[in-house]
Design a protein around this ligand. Structure first.
Ligand SMILES: Nc1ncnc2c1ncn2[C@@H]1O[C@H](COP(=O)(O)OP(=O)(O)O)[C@@H](O)[C@H]1O
Ligand SMILES: O=c1ccn([C@@H]2O[C@H](COP(=O)(O)OP(=O)(O)O)[C@@H](O)[C@H]2O)c(=O)[nH]1
Length: 239
């Protein structure tokens, strides 16, 4: 029986992870697979917060190049994360685990508004908490939201479930000779400008000694494996 290394973690699920092979929007079998992995991780007794991205639907920078101002584009991006949060929460509940969506932007007819005490109360009661609408501010990313919520809610690690199986010496999609780190410090990631998460997110993680585990979401069961210290991943931590 695998044993979890952590009592409470924050999982960052990118919007793109939810589109699967579809190329845009939500691919329901992929959403269900990720929801099942989250539910199985929760069943190990781990308290789970999840920050969902929105890149499968909308990114602020895309429209800002087409004439919509950046802040407005970013609010549209944050709304996309709320849609993803609702879809993922519904899938988690279908998998038999309680889940709640807390949005950084007030939309009481749709879901609860994020407050730290509310999030902590849900986590204490064993519900998976989905943090939507990023930080609630334009010019930020959901990676920064993930680091922020992880620290605010006392998570022991940030699990970044992404397209690649770890942090490389360079972007592996552009440089085939790039090699993967098993372990690296926050300092080194920032100094070498390794673009797996934005610098604001890594700086926040470094200041608060929050380990970041980077692994591929395409591998079935990878969230559960990462929580148990298994699978292929890079650990970013203070040396
Ligand atoms: N040094 C690096 N190591 C690993 N991946 C990198 C690196 N630099 C850039 N990348 C790219 O970062 C991408 C993951 O970041 P991003 O697309 O922002 O993730 P997400 O959408 O999961 O938040 C990978 O697909 C990879 O191509
Ligand atoms: O705190 C935040 C988080 C997100 N966004 C907007 O929401 C979009 C979707 O988030 P992100 O690109 O981080 O999603 P992911 O890459 O994880 O799918 C971003 O492009 C931004 O436009 C924002 O303005 N503030």
């Amino acid at each position: 029986m695998e044993a979890p290394l952590y009592k409470r973690v924050l999982v960052k699920v990118s919007g793109e992870a939810l589109m699967g092979p579809a190329g845009f929007g939500l691919h329901q079998p992929t959403v269900d697979r990720i929801a099942a992995d989250l539910a199985a991780t929760h069943a190990l007794g781990v308290e789970l917060g999840v920050v969902v991205g929105g890149g499968n639907i909308f990114r602020g920078v895309q429209v800002s190049s087409q004439g919509v101002d950046r802040a407005t584009g970013d609010y549209m991006g944050m709304l996309a994360t709320v849609m993803n949060g609702l879809a993922l929460a519904a899938a988690i509940m279908r998998a038999g685990t309680q889940a709640r969506v807390l949005s950084a932007l007030d939309m009481p007819a749709v879901c609860e508004t994020y407050t730290r005490p509310r999030a902590l109360a849900h986590l204490d009661r064993g519900r998976i908490v989905l943090f939507a609408a990023g930080t609630g501010n334009p010019f930020f990313t959901t990676d920064t939201a993930a680091a922020l919520r992880a620290i605010e809610t006392g998570c022991e690690a940030l699990l970044k479930a992404t397209n690649v199986d770890g942090v490389y010496t360079a972007d592996p999609k552009k440089d085939p000779s790039a090699t993967r780190y098993d372990r690296i410090s926050h300092d080194e990631v920032i100094q070498k400008d390794l673009k797996i998460m934005d610098t604001a997110a890594f700086a926040l993680a470094r200041e608060n000694a929050l380990p970041v585990i980077v692994f591929s979401i395409h591998e079935p069961g990878s969230i559960r494996a990462a929580v148990c210290g298994g699978g292929r991943a890079t650990t970013v931590a203070t040396r």
